[in-house]
Design a protein around this ligand. Structure first.
Ligand code: GLN
Length: 529
């Protein structure tokens, strides 16, 4: 079957959960046996989000093939178990970079290079690229931003052209918001009508509308929207706030969103979507009664900044039949005096990834507190590096030990710049990125957690455990339980005398999915019960 294209746009306001709706559409079609992929087109000018501050844009997600991408790709992978790649995230910056490179190369043969057709052609080509591989029945394409933004216009124009060219092989799903005016006690559909008008003004007619709302919408309102927006009645779906985003695919299935989409493509609806594993996950989730508390020691005070970590903890809770409640602890300002008050009541602590020196000493203080009070602790990337620095200072007695990221002149650079990173000056896309292999030491906590000796996990960093100090650490009780078999780099450290004190140089949070949680998180939460 030739690939079919589903474009997902958003209107009225941002943060409506377009990523979750796109991921849910993917999941439902997959549950009917179709091969799917989901891609995100972002209208900003950064070539990728790797250089964006997490406090502004949320976490940067890393694909197995080593691209720094939008956090929505994390939702796609968590919901569908597919692996996304560099091709699944395109930004305006990437498009322009390519078009300008072609222009410099003389590829446009003297013509004036313009938004239409040159930029839109480049966008269209990328919108179709994954579909043309023959690997997918459906390609879901989410467009970042909100309809009406100046930046998103070339993307919407590209969709308009593609819908015209592809005929019944392309549809547009538009997500809007229905606000509740408390003083009047009314739900308002007008913003939705305006948003659809805006789309229509750009020559785009949505085929399906998903209305996000905090309160249940009645049939009269849904039908009214259908009538005003030229959309079939059964194609107006509601998405009401749920306690968990993992319920969204089932809410969409209950309203037959998958069937509506198939019919729009003129396809026959055969059989049922098999969502049994998903149902089992949710059933287990609602049965969980016991609560464990986990602190996230980090410097980015934004919910989205540690998105994948929070999702992995939440999944690990379900697989341990408990609820994980998290608390953000600002590492900046954490002192030996305040650490007890902040962390004593916690069942486990995550020392978060990050860049630069701000808040670093707080992470070291947290590591010392967790190690000496024997709290289950997971250090991720910079978090692992700070566990190593703390051990060097307080157990090995190297008081000036540090990472050379923080103190380049330290005589004890227990974390040091990788050889291939020396001399790199450009910021974007130059780190050690993507999946690499790791061999686990038999009977280590990591080995017990994963249940096998070879794993693949994703990286995003410049600095490494300095192997020159490895014998000192191992003699003093911190073992290197995960080693990259190709280059001997240390990927995991543990202190076996502690209950569960594990630091990983990679980012395990990028590979946990709803149906296949990351084993390290499952083991970490399991040790709190
Ligand atoms: N800043 C550290 C490095 O570059 C850690 C990066 C991270 O936590 N992702 O090595």
């Amino acid at each position: 079957m030739e690939a079919k294209y589903i474009f997902v746009t958003g209107g009225v306001v941002s943060s409506l959960g377009k990523g979750i709706i796109s991921a849910s559409i993917g999941r439902l079609l997959q549950a009917r046996g179709y091969r799917i992929t989901i891609q995100k087109f972002d209208p900003y000018i950064n070539v990728d989000p790797g250089t964006l501050n997490p406090n502004e844009h949320g976490e940067c997600y890393v694909t197995a093939d080593g691209c720094e991408t939008d956090l929505d790709l994390g939702h796609y992978e968590r919901f569908t178990d597919i692996q996304t790649s560099c091709a699944n995230n395109v930004t305006t910056g990437k498009i322009y970079q390519r078009v300008i490179a072609k222009e410099r190369n003389g590829d446009y043969l003297g013509r004036t290079v313009q938004v239409v057709p040159h930029i839109t052609n480049e966008i269209k080509q990328r919108m179709l690229a994954l579909g043309e591989t023959g690997d997918y029945d459906f390609v879901v394409t989410e467009i970042g931003g909100t309809v009406g933004d100046i930046e998103s216009q070339p993307f919407l124009e590209s969709i308009r052209q593609l819908k015209w060219e592809l005929g019944r092989s392309a549809i547009c799903v538009h997500l809007t918001y229905v606000p509740y005016i408390a003083a009047a006690g009314e739900l308002k559909s007008k913003p939705t009508q305006h948003s659809v008008k805006e789309l229509q003004g750009l020559g785009l007619q949505p085929d399906v509308l998903v209305l996000r709302a905090e309160h249940e919408l009645n049939r009269t309102l849904l039908d009214k929207v259908a009538g005003f927006c030229n959309v079939d009645k059964d194609c107006v779906i509601q998405s009401i706030d749920r306690p968990s985003i993992y319920e969204v695919p089932l809410c969409m299935a209950a309203q037959q969103l998958d069937q509506v989409i198939l019919k729009k493509f003129g396809m026959e609806v055969i059989g049922e979507a098999d969502l049994s594993a998903w149902h089992r996950f949710l059933e287990r989730r609602v049965k969980a009664e016991r609560t464990v508390h986990v602190a996230l020691v980090g410097k980015y005070d934004l919910q989205d900044a540690y998105k994948s970590i929070l999702e992995c903890l939440s999944q690990a809770g379900t697989y341990n039949d408990c609820i994980v409640k998290t608390r953000f602890v600002q590492s900046e300002g954490l002192t030996p005096e305040t650490v007890t008050e902040q962390l004593a009541g916690m069942d486990g602590v995550i020392i978060c990834p990050g860049f630069g020196s701000r808040g670093i000493e707080g992470k070291i203080i947290a590591a010392e507190y967790c190690r000496t009070t024997d709290k289950p602790t997971l250090g991720i990337c910079l978090g692992m590096q700070m566990m190593v620095v703390e051990y060097a200072r307080n157990v090995l007695g190297y008081k000036d030990a540090n990472s050379s990221e923080i103190a380049p002149q330290t005589p004890h650079p227990v974390i040091d710049l990788m050889e291939e990173q020396k001399g790199v000056t450009q910021m974007g896309g130059t780190m050690r990125l993507g999946a690499s292999a790791c061999q686990l030491m038999l009977h280590s906590e990591a080995h017990i957690a994963y249940g096998r000796q070879f794993i693949m996990e994703r990286h995003r960093h410049r600095y490494e455990f300095n192997n020159a100090f490895r014998p000192d650490f191992e003699k003093a009780g911190m073992i290197c339980s995960g080693i990259n078999p190709d280059n001997g780099l240390v990927e995991i450290v543990e202190v076996p005398s502690r209950r569960w004190y594990v630091g990983v140089q990679f980012h395990p949070e990028y590979t946990g999915t709803v149906l296949h949680p990351n084993p390290l998180f499952v083991s970490f939460v399991g040790h709190m019960i």
